[in-house]
Structure formats: C-alpha cells, structure tokens
Write a protein that binds this ligand. Structure first.
Ligand code: MF3
Ligand code: CO
Ligand code: CO
Length: 252
C-alpha cells in the first residue's frame, strides 16, 4: 500500500471509528433467541443511516453486510437464520467504507453464560491481538507481529490459524501486506509509515486442520475448525505512524 496523505489519514480515522461504533452497537443486540440475520440487518441499517457502506455486501459475491462466526466457525460466517442460544460465542466482524476508506474490526460476544473454556480462548485471542499490535514499529516487519502473536498463543496452549490473517487496508479492503499470526522477528514485508493494516489473529483450541467451505454465489470462503472445537478472533485496523502506531477502530 502507498503511504496515506494527511487528509486520507483523517478519512481512515473516521472509517475506523465508525466501524468500531457499529460493532459496539450491534454487539448490544447479542442475546439468546436473536438470529445472525437480525444482527446483519441492524448493522446494515446503522451503516446506511450514516452515509457509509457495509464493505462485505457484494464483495466478491458475499451476500451480507457483516460476518457472524459462531462457536466452531473461524471466520467469514454468513448471517442466516441461526438462532443464538445460551452458551454460544460469536465473532461479529464489521467493515465500513466511509468517504472511500475502510475501517475493519471484530470482537467476540457471549450469549448468556458461557463455559470457562470460551472465556479463556476469547481472552487469549484479545490479548494476542494486542501483543501483535504492540510489536508494530515503523519500518519493522509483519514477522514481528506474527512472532509476538504466535509466542503468546502457544504459551497459552492454543493454536493460531496460519492460513488466514490480517491485511493492508485503506482505499481497498484487502491489500498488501498479508499479516500472519506466526513468523520470525525481522522477516517478511516491511511496516511502512502512514500505511494501515489489520491485526486479526484467529485462535483455535486444537491443532486440527481447518475446513474451507464455499458460500453460494461467492468466491469468498468461510472456515470452520476441523474437529468442531472452538475458535476465537479479535480485529483492529491500525495506522503505522513515523513513531509507532495508532489503533483506528476505537470509540474513545
Ligand atoms: N472483515 C473480514 C476481514 O477481516 C473480511 C470479510 S470479507 C467477506 O478481513 F467477504 F467475507 F465479508
Ligand atoms: Co480484516
Ligand atoms: Co474484518
């Protein structure tokens, strides 16, 4: 990605804030009995009322405005008639386009009371995302991020998903570089000042190979754990500055 001009950085900040506010708003509707399609409609209405666009809708044929990945779904879950029930964990992933720029963020939400295994995995994914973000240095590399994530996750006894990861973001949704959840310090593509990327580790309970599944009418795939065990994920969009980084998908 090419470095952003200052007016473009302001637009990325606005898009990031909007995505974070939408995610928080939609997350407030997570409860037993709600369908993932209802969450999608709530997100669509919220985003459209703010003269923004839900980036997933129609993206490579993706049929909905957000991704809703429940329990063993790793990512890109398609909102449908699935009824949330007590004990479920759901990742909601919101991407808004505002004035031509993308803000992309996701978080886990719990339905009623969840098992300790759920909160532990989710906490690990949250902390892993922050370890990855904290490893960002201007002119560092994506390997620095991946190394920090993988080290933290494996010490907790969990498994970062290797096949899918973060991405450059800006005027385009998914650009260079790929941001893996594993790697070697100092290796991989450089972290260029005044570009943006996402840090979005997906963390599994087991080492089982992941399943790639098709979405009718779309070239986007969704993913599930190979053995039906849990997966968790958090995502922020981050601006690399000349002195460090700035998390864009925040509400404060
Ligand atoms: N928001 C997802 C990401 O973090 C991408 C969703 S693309 C879609 O990169 F087509 F599945 F919606
Ligand atoms: Co993303
Ligand atoms: Co996302």
């Amino acid at each position: 990605m090419t470095p952003l001009k200052s007016n473009e950085i302001r637009k990325m900040e606005a898009a990031g804030r909007m995505a974070a506010e939408c995610l928080q708003y939609v997350g407030g509707f997570v409860k037993a009995g709600t369908t993932t399609e209802e969450l999608d409609q709530i997100a669509y209405d919220w985003i459209m009322s703010r003269e923004a666009t839900p980036a997933p809708l129609g993206y490579h044929g993706f049929p909905k405005s957000i991704c809703t990945s429940v329990n063993n779904c790793i990512c890109h879950g398609v909102p449908d008639g699935t009824v949330l029930k007590d004990g479920d964990a759901i990742n909601i992933d919101v991407t808004c386009i505002k004035e031509g720029f993308h803000g992309d963020t996701s978080s886990m939400f719990f339905v009623g009371n969840v098992a300790n295994a759920v909160t532990k995995l989710s906490d690990c994914a949250f902390e892993a995302m922050h370890k990855g973000i904290e490893a960002i240095l201007p002119n560092g590399t994506v390997g620095d991020i991946g190394f920090a994530i993988n080290k933290f996750v494996t010490r907790k006894g969990y498994y970062p998903v290797k096949e899918i990861g973060g991405h450059g973001i800006g005027a385009i949704f998914h650009g260079d570089p790929f941001v893996p959840s594993y790697g070697k310090k100092g290796k991989g593509e450089p972290l260029k000042p005044f570009t943006c990327l996402t840090v979005e580790p997906m963390i599994n309970e087991t080492e089982a190979p992941i399943k790639e599944l098709s979405i009718p009418g779309s070239s986007i795939k969704y993913y599930e754990t190979g053995d039906g065990t849990l997966s968790a994920q958090f995502e922020h969009t981050v601006l690399i500055t000349d002195s460090g980084y700035e998390i864009l998908t925040r509400t404060d």
